[in-house]
Structures are given as structure tokens and as C-alpha cells.
Write a protein that binds this ligand. Structure first.
Ligand code: SAH
Length: 368
């Protein structure tokens, strides 16, 4: 029986140093390997020219640098790109790259499916399958950078990451935090802590833990101005109601710079949460909390009972919030034509009943 190869992407720096200690290699060799892997996107050990020949040979024989595999790349008219990725166990996830003038944002998945059952989210439809490993999370950043470097268009690589793909990042806490540490690490991706955002539906105990463990930007999926409505839209609210959630937000900002803000995401659902009275209620709720509110046009998907608020309703809501002193913006929808917008990721592929069929179609498209 052959032992499986050790995937170096699945290691924190400390773990890699420990692995190297077992090979009687000094810690600085682990850091050199780390830089080749994360800064230069190298996966062929023979290219790691400052390592000894012996070590390179050992790594070639026993190790691998293996990110998820690209099944399909879909470019959108607006420059957004969506990649469908296959994991070793054949499950699929998606990641989305959104280029803007000043930055390039990668939307990263943390789980296959999601257990939280938010009623307006298409990922929720497929149920929860499993957590992604560290290699599968940081591998998305590794892969996107490599793909973007290869591309002929003059596109900047990933400068920002939002943990807003499939899944609830707080429910895969250790792997997500370890992956974000690698994103921030100067010897790896070197992103500033304001450029890495974790988005949560409000797993309150994990928000306290996060405040102690790592400094990144925090976004909270609020979506409703009171518990009664939030219980319906984001059912985890029954366990962690709004008052507790906002306490956890205040705690997160404690001791941080005055410039720090929590971002509240608020999906605009026609006739459900978009009235002026609800804007008033929301503004009152957030009073005194350093924050900004991001209004997200609802992205429709097959079978949903919701529709998106009209542009007018969204602007009215925003203006009311602004007049009440809450910094509120409307999030631009990107990648609409390729189903890359918020809450639409990979539902179709992982829906078990349609998976085979859908795969056949995708493979076909990929070869065209
Ligand atoms: N589980 C995390 C990350 C989810 S995705 C969270 O809940 O924050 C990021 C954002 O997209 C969340 O605010 C989510 O509520 C929102 N979203 C989900 N489905 C949507 C849809 N169909 N249209 C618009 N936004 C959606």
C-alpha cells in the first residue's frame, strides 16, 4: 500500500516547520518552501532552487501542493469570473473573482453546502455536506492567483478576500482562521487585515473567539430590523437573537481603531424587509454602533418565493437610512449573467438529484 502524499497547502507555517523538523530540516527551509508555494504559486518542487537537492527530491517523492481542480471557468461580461472547482472527493464548490479599478476581490467558499437554512439563499437548498479543509480554502486563493497570472488580460491578482462564498465560515472556525492567517502573512499573501473580510450569519460565540484570535474585517448578515422577521429569514437568530448579536459586534470593535466598522449586509426583499418603517427600525437598532450597511439586491434563483425590491425602493430605503445618520450603500451586482452573484453559488451542481446531468452538461461546455 502506498502512503498518500502530504499536501503542503494543508499546513500552517508552524505545522510545516514541525514537519520539516521531523525530516531534520531547519525551520528556515520551511519558510523558504512557504514562500515558493504561497508567494510564487509554485507547485513543482524542482523549481524551489534554494532548497537542497536532497530535500527537493524528498518533497517530489512524498509531498504535493494540491489545490482544488478547476472544472470550468466562466467569464462574465463585466469582468467577473466564476470558477467551478472539484474537490478530491468529487464534490464541487465555486469561487468568484471580481476585478475593480483599485482592487481584485476573491469570494471564497468555506463549506460544501451550508447548514443554516437562510430562506433566501440558494446554497441553503443543497443542505450541508462538509467543511472544507485548510488546503481547500487557502487553495482557492493560491489557484485564483495562478490563474490570473496566466491570463493574458491585464488583471491584477487577488488583493482582497471576502469569505462570502458557499457556507458559514464561523462553522468551520479553525480551518477558516488558519487560512486567513496565511492570507495576512507577509511571507505568504501579505494582505492587510482590512482587505480580508469574514461574513457571518451571526454565530455569536465564534464572534467572541474571533475577536481574540485574529484581526480581520467583519461583516454580519443582518437582513431584518427585528427578531420576529429575522427568525424567519435567518433561522439561527432563534439561537442568537439580535441583541446578543449586536453585543458581539460591539465587543469585536472594542480596543480596535476608531476607524474600524462592522459591515451589516441587508438583502432587499420586496414587501418583506424594505419598507420605510423598517428602515427607521433598523436605523434605531444600529444607533451608536460604528458600522456601515450594505444593501444587497436579492438575487433570484429557481423556486424562491422572494423577489428583489425595486431600484426605487432600494434607493428610498438607503436615503432614509442616510438621513437618519447610518452610512448605507447599495452593493453593485456583479456577474449576474453567470449566476456569480451573492447567494447563488454551486447550488445547481451539488443538488444531488441533478448532479450527474449537470456535470455532463458542464463537461460538455468545458470542451466546447
Ligand atoms: N454564511 C455567511 C456567508 C454567506 S454569503 C453569511 O451568512 O454571512 C454572503 C452574503 O450573501 C450573506 O449576507 C448572505 O445572506 C447573502 N445572500 C445569500 N443569498 C442571497 C441572495 N439570493 N441574494 C442576495 N444575497 C444573498
Amino acid at each position: 500500500m502506498t502512503t498518500p502524499r502530504v499536501n503542503l497547502l494543508d499546513h500552517t507555517l508552524a505545522e510545516l516547520e514541525e514537519f520539516y523538523a521531523g525530516l531534520e530540516e531547519p525551520a528556515f527551509r520551511a519558510r523558504q518552501t512557504w514562500k515558493w508555494m504561497h508567494q510564487h504559486g509554485v507547485s513543482d518542487f524542482s523549481e524551489m532552487t534554494n532548497l537542497s537537492k536532497k530535500l527537493r527530491q524528498y518533497l517530489t517523492d512524498h509531498c504535493t501542493i494540491e489545490a482544488p481542480e478547476i472544472v470550468l471557468e466562466q467569464p462574465s461580461e463585466d469582468g467577473t469570473r466564476k470558477w467551478l472547482l472539484r474537490l478530491a472527493d468529487q464534490q464541487c464548490i465555486e469561487m468568484v473573482f471580481i476585478p475593480e479599478r483599485e482592487r481584485g476581490t476573491l469570494c471564497v467558499s468555506s463549506q460544501v453546502g451550508c447548514a443554516l437554512d437562510c430562506t433566501f439563499c440558494s446554497t441553503a437548498r443543497q443542505g450541508f455536506n462538509r467543511n472544507l479543509s485548510l488546503a481547500e480554502i487557502i487553495g482557492q486563493v493560491w489557484l485564483a492567483n495562478n490563474q490570473l497570472r496566466k491570463s493574458k488580460d491585464d488583471i491584477r491578482p487577488v488583493t482582497n478576500v471576502v469569505m462570502m462564498g458557499m457556507g458559514e465560515p464561523m462553522a468551520n472556525y479553525n480551518n477558516v482562521v488558519n487560512a486567513m492567517r496565511i492570507m495576512l502573512d507577509d511571507n505568504a499573501y501579505g494582505m492587510s487585515r482590512r482587505r480580508v473580510t469574514l461574513s457571518t450569519s451571526g454565530i455569536v460565540p465564534a464572534m467572541y473567539r474571533l475577536a481574540d484570535d485574529i484581526e480581520v474585517a467583519l461583516a454580519v448578515s443582518l437582513h431584518a430590523p427585528n427578531d420576529e422577521l429575522r427568525n424567519q429569514l435567518v433561522p439561527i437568530n432563534k439561537k442568537y437573537p439580535i441583541a446578543d448579536l449586536l453585543d458581539a459586534c460591539r465587543n469585536y470593535l472594542k480596543g480596535k481603531s476608531q476607524r474600524e466598522r462592522i459591515t451589516f449586509e441587508y438583502v432587499m426583499l420586496a414587501g418583506v424587509n424594505d419598507s420605510l418603517a423598517q428602515a427607521d427600525e433598523l436605523a434605531a437598532l444600529l444607533e451608536g454602533l460604528p458600522c456601515k450597511v450594505n444593501l444587497i439586491p436579492f438575487n433570484i434563483f429557481p423556486g424562491t418565493k422572494y423577489t428583489c425590491s425595486s431600484r426605487n425602493a432600494i434607493f428610498r430605503f438607503r436615503d432614509r437610512m442616510m438621513s437618519l445618520g447610518v452610512n448605507t450603500i447599495m452593493r453593485k451586482t456583479r456577474g449576474d449573467d453567470i449566476d456569480a452573484a451573492c447567494g447563488q453559488l454551486a447550488g445547481q451542481v451539488n443538488d444531488r438529484s441533478r448532479r450527474e446531468l449537470r456535470f455532463a452538461k458542464l463537461e460538455m461546455e468545458a470542451t466546447l
